[in-house]
Each structure stands twice: as structure tokens, then as C-alpha cells.
Design a protein around this ligand. Structure first.
Ligand code: ATP
Ligand code: MG
Length: 574
């Protein structure tokens, strides 16, 4: 391709975005921001995206069949699974809906994921045990009303996703396929050049199961996720499910003191409270009241400095859903204004769940359940009974220990490039999709879903592969393999030679971007080549005489080669 004809060239000055990938991809002419979280892929960018998707496609073809489902779906499919109410990022197409409702009494949504389309689709075609298992996938645009889009391609409102769905006649078969998909996924990430930094992480399996799902997280400082690593076991947890034990707090020679209720009007946050009471934050206690879906009111407490993990709490409490108690409930239960709830003297009807970080302390603070009051010097066995059991209901944080081995976690930032999820019968049940077994009976169908984010991956590759001059594409996803620069092209003989090299490369099926511009300085061409980041740079100029200068983007030293030597070298590499 001739660079002079390319739509979307490098920009001399370009906006600094909140991430390296957005800044570099915009400056070098790969993408253009339409609005926050929404991008156009320019010719160079689309080439990279297509290469990423082609690698994914080749690997997915070994375990599934490609289809293409629509982005737009009738609302009723989402109502059928109950997710119309629960998926907060669901894009409702309000103006189109007003029109569609008036005309056809229907409404639409833009799909953030496709279980609601693929399950009824499968149901139309495959019912007999003979046709199981099977898997369908697509690579397509997804829409999510993300509350905060950021980091360029890493979190968009419209983005690319490969989503695969597998269907099985037994849980065992689902599990086998699920394990196989992990291998296929790692092959994809290896081919994309991010394999060595990508780890399999245990994550929440959703509210319908105690099982984990698995995320493929690429270790990367720009990532939004926090991964906790247990070295001795070689396992990784997403922060949201990390089992956590708080480091012990010990204060030397502390004597048990008598409980005291201190007036502290309007002092509510633990930091502010610790300062006011002149005690360390670890001595404060954060107590929250929750209402469960089965109409219980429960109290949960963690040591100051921690937050309650609602997912962990829900599992301990054994309910399907819980939410923070209303102001009215808090007032009724604690007989105090909101902000003074504590674990002392609560009504007997309230179940109390204490995190293990609350124990192991002497002379600690807790809300007094009395408006404006906090109690200090509280001790188990004296001011309140030692509970039969402490739980792990907190959000893990750096410094925490893995409870089984007591080792301190290594904590890393990461970005989720893929996610696999055992769905069991959640969606097949919602659509009443069953198969007919050998014995003629209807039986449940087990499902799994498997996502990869090609556009996010494109961003992550740039985050991982760049230097102060620009992008350094891995050759498997580079828009071109070779960037040919013609310098001194006003000299007819050089111009002739560089075009000859260009034609020869094309003849040999080598993907080449030829910077054929005649009114641009050598310096500009070199810096554009570094910015765009194609793996091999070739130069034909007065200085190279009969030869061609060859330099890899990630190496400093150029070599002078004859055309034949060059072709052999590129062939070997490709
Ligand atoms: P996250 O936790 O990052 O919001 P998710 O778990 O909601 O992601 P999935 O539904 O598992 O995402 O989607 C499959 C893949 O799609 C993710 O692993 C990720 O690579 C990609 N992805 C998800 N949301 C976005 C987004 N807003 N922008 C770009 N890529 C995304
Ligand atoms: Mg996910």
C-alpha cells in the first residue's frame, strides 16, 4: 500500500488521552474517537483488528461454528431471562422503542451479550441427544452503557467481542469442554503476543452458583482489575473473590479498659472517626445492615480500613440477593440515626456476621447504636459475647494473607482479555430449552459461555508493546510486515530502485507499506515509521547505494542487504 494514498495518516500533534493506547493509536492514525468509548477503526487500525480476530477465529473453529447474530433484539427475550431488570449496562433504545411500540407493540435493546439470542436459536434447530454437544460463536459489536468508559480501547460503550456458547447434555460434558476451552484460549493469547503475561484467574461464578468462572487477565498497569497471586500454589484470584485474612494488629502491653461511649456528632467515616477518637483506623469497626431477598435483616461488620464484599456475604448468609438496608430499617433496628450502627446490643432477631478482621483486637471501637455515639474500649467476652464463628466477608486488599498458607499475596493490576463461564441451566431453563434423550424423555441442557475482547486486546497490545517513539507491533498482528521508506526520491535512479523493491516485495506476497511521499523529510519518515510500529523497516536512499537497509523496530542496529538477501531474510521470518 502506498502511504501517500492511505486515509488516516500520523498526526503531528495529537491529544494526550488517559492511556497510552488511546494516545498512540490516535496519533499514529489507527483509530479516531467519535465520542468517549466509541471509536472508528481507520484502515491501519482495521487491519490490526482483523488480524487479531482472524487468529481468534482460526482457534475457535477448532471448537465451534461461526455465526452472526444481530446486535438489536426484542426486549421480550431479555424479559424472559429476568435480565431486563438486572443488567445495568443494558442499552435500551428509547426513541426507537417509542416508535416501535406505537407501530408494532414491541421494544428493542442493543445486546451487551447474546445468551438471549443464541439460546432460542439453538432451540429452533437442535433437540435430539444425537446432535449434542455443539458450540456456536460470533465476532461482533457489543453495546454496554458502561458507567465509566476509559483507557481508550480497554473499556468502550461499543466494542468488539468474540462470544462462544456451548451446549451439553450433562454437567460432565460441559466441564470437559470448559477445560478444553482454556487450552484453546491460551493458544490464542500466545499467538497474539500476550501469552506470557496472561494468567488464568478465578472469578465470581455469578449469583446462581458457588463455582468460579475463569478470567484470562493480562498483567498490565493500565488494567482495571486487581489480581491476587498465591505463589506457593500458583493460583490467581480476582479481587472480588480473593479469600482474605487480615494481618494481625497487636499493640504491646495493652490492658483491657472499661467500655466508654463517646459523643461524636456527625463523625461517621472510619478515617475521620479514628482521628477524632485518637485511635488507629484498625481499631474502628464498620457495621452495615442489609436486607435479604427472603426478608431478613442482617448486620455485617469489618475492621476499619476494609469494605464488605457483598458477594461473599451473600454466600455466608445463604440468600439469593441482598441490599443495603433502607434508612427506615436502620433506624428501626438500631433505634438511632444512620451512621451510628454497631455490633453492640442489637436486637436478638438480627443475625450478626463478623469478619475475621473484627476479632483479634482489644479495646476496639464500634458504633453505639445510639445517635451521635461511638463506643470505645470494647472487648469480646466482656462487652459482647465472643461469636461462635468469624467469617471472611471483606474485600481483600494489599497486605492480606491467603488463609490456607498464611502467605502474603502478591497483588497485580491486570486487564481481562477473556472470560469463560459455566452457565449450567440458567438460560436453557429460562427458555424451557430441553433435549430429548435416548429414552425419549426431556432432560436439561447445560450451557457455557466464553468471551474474548478483540478491541480491548488491541489496546492492551499497545500498552505492552511500545517505547518512547511509538508502537512496536508483534508481527502476528502488525498491519504490515514491512515498512519501506524511499528517501532522496527526487533522484530518478533511486526512485526507480525503491519502486522495484516495492514491486518485488508485493510479488513475493509480503505485506508492505511504502512511504512514497516525495515532499516529506527523511527525519519525518523515520519518526512516522517508529510511531506506526511495523516490525521491519527498509530504507532505500543515496546512502544505501546498491543495497537496502534493514532494521527491526525493536532493535537498534541496521544491516545493509542485497535484494536477494533481504527476500531470504523476510521469507525465513514470515
Ligand atoms: P469487565 O469485567 O472488564 O467489565 P465483563 O466480565 O463484563 O468485563 P464479559 O461479559 O466477560 O466482560 O465480556 C467478554 C470480554 O469482552 C471481556 O473479557 C473483555 O475482554 C471484553 N469486554 C467487556 N467489556 C468491555 C468493554 N466495555 N470494552 C471493551 N472490551 C470489553
Ligand atoms: Mg468478564
Amino acid at each position: 500500500m502506498l502511504y501517500s494514498k492511505l486515509f488516516g495518516k500520523t498526526k503531528k500533534s495529537s491529544k494526550q488521552y488517559d492511556s497510552v493506547n488511546a494516545t498512540l493509536l490516535t496519533k499514529s492514525g489507527f483509530i479516531d474517537q467519535v465520542m468517549a468509548g466509541t471509536y472508528t477503526y481507520l484502515p491501519l487500525g482495521l487491519k490490526v483488528l482483523n488480524k487479531i480476530e482472524q487468529i481468534i477465529r482460526e482457534e475457535m473453529d477448532t471448537i465451534g461454528h461461526e455465526i452472526l447474530m444481530p446486535a438489536l433484539t426484542p426486549i421480550v427475550n431479555w424479559q424472559q431471562t429476568g435480565r431486563f431488570e438486572t443488567v445495568d449496562v443494558l442499552m435500551k433504545t428509547t426513541p426507537a422503542n417509542i416508535f416501535a411500540k406505537a407501530k408494532n407493540d414491541t421494544e428493542y435493546v442493543l445486546n451487551p451479550t447474546h445468551e438471549e439470542v443464541v439460546t432460542p436459536l439453538a432451540q429452533k434447530f437442535i433437540l435430539s441427544y444425537k446432535d449434542f454437544p455443539f458450540a456456536l460463536y460470533q465476532i461482533q459489536n457489543k453495546f454496554r452503557n458502561e458507567p465509566r468508559v476509559k483507557s481508550g480501547l480497554l473499556r468502550g460503550r461499543e466494542f468488539r467481542m468474540k462470544d462462544l456458547y456451548s451446549f451439553h447434555t450433562s454437567e460432565k460434558d460441559l466441564k470437559e469442554y470448559y477445560e478444553k476451552s482454556k487450552e484453546v484460549y491460551m493458544r490464542v493469547f500466545n499467538r497474539l503476543g500476550i501469552g506470557k503475561d496472561t494468567v488464568i484467574v478465578m472469578a465470581s461464578g455469578g449469583s446462581f452458583t458457588d463455582d468460579f468462572s475463569h478470567e484470562f487477565q493480562t498483567i498490565c498497569d493500565t488494567g482495571e482489575d486487581t489480581v491476587f497471586f498465591v505463589k506457593s500454589k500458583n493460583i490467581y484470584y480476582n479481587k472480588e473473590v480473593t479469600p482474605s485474612k487480615a494481618p494481625k494488629v497487636e499493640y504491646k502491653d495493652e490492658k483491657i479498659l472499661p467500655r466508654k461511649d463517646v459523643r461524636g456528632e456527625g463523625i461517621i467515616g472510619v478515617e475521620e472517626l479514628a482521628e477524632f477518637l485518637k485511635i488507629p483506623v484498625e481499631k474502628t469497626t464498620k457495621t452495615l445492615l442489609f436486607e435479604t431477598d427472603d426478608n431478613r435483616v442482617i448486620a455485617a461488620a469489618v475492621r476499619g480500613g476494609y469494605d464488605i464484599n457483598e458477594d461473599k456475604l451473600r454466600k455466608v448468609v445463604k440468600c439469593k440477593a441482598l441490599k443495603l438496608a433502607s434508612e427506615e430499617t436502620v433506624k428501626k433496628v438500631t433505634r438511632a440515626e444512620v451512621g451510628y450502627a454497631g455490633i453492640l446490643d442489637l436486637p436478638k432477631s438480627i443475625e450478626v456476621y463478623l469478619d475475621e478482621s473484627v476479632g483479634n483486637r482489644t479495646n476496639f471501637e464500634t458504633g453505639s447504636n445510639k445517635t451521635h455515639y461511638h463506643s470505645i474500649n470494647v472487648n469480646f467476652g466482656k462487652d459482647l459475647p465472643l461469636p461462635k464463628k468469624f467469617y471472611d466477608i471483606k474485600v481483600a486488599k494489599e497486605g492480606d494473607l491467603y488463609p490456607e498458607t498464611n502467605e502474603v499475596y502478591k497483588v497485580m493490576r491486570a486487564s481481562e482479555v477473556g472470560n469463560i463461564f459455566p452457565l449450567y441451566t440458567k438460560f436453557t431453563e429460562a427458555f424451557n430449552y430441553k433435549f430429548i434423550d435416548r429414552d425419549g424423555k426431556e432432560k436439561p441442557i447445560y450451557m457455557g459461555c466464553y468471551g474474548i475482547g478483540p478491541s480491548r486486546i488491541m489496546g492492551i497490545i499497545v500498552e505492552k508493546y511500545h517505547d518512547d517513539k511509538g508502537i512496536v507491533w508483534p508481527s502476528t498482528v502488525a498491519p504490515f510486515q514491512v515498512h519501506l521508506l524511499g528517501l532522496d526520491m527526487k533522484d530518478e535512479s533511486i526512485k526507480f530502485k525503491v519502486y522495484q523493491v516495492y514491486k518485488e516485495l508485493i510479488k513475493k506476497n509480503i505485506e508492505v507499506l511504502f512511504d512514497d511521499r516525495e515532499n516529506v523529510t527523511a527525519g519525518e519518515k523515520f519518526s512516522d515509521a517508529d510511531l506506526i510500529g511495523i516490525p521491519v523497516r527498509l530504507v532505500v536512499s543515496k546512502r544505501t547505494e546498491e543495497k537496502i537497509e534493514y532494521k527491526k523496530r525493536n532493535k537498534n542496529k541496521p544491516e545493509l542487504l542485497s535484494l536477494n538477501e533481504l527476500l531470504t531474510k523476510l521469507k525465513i521470518k514470515s
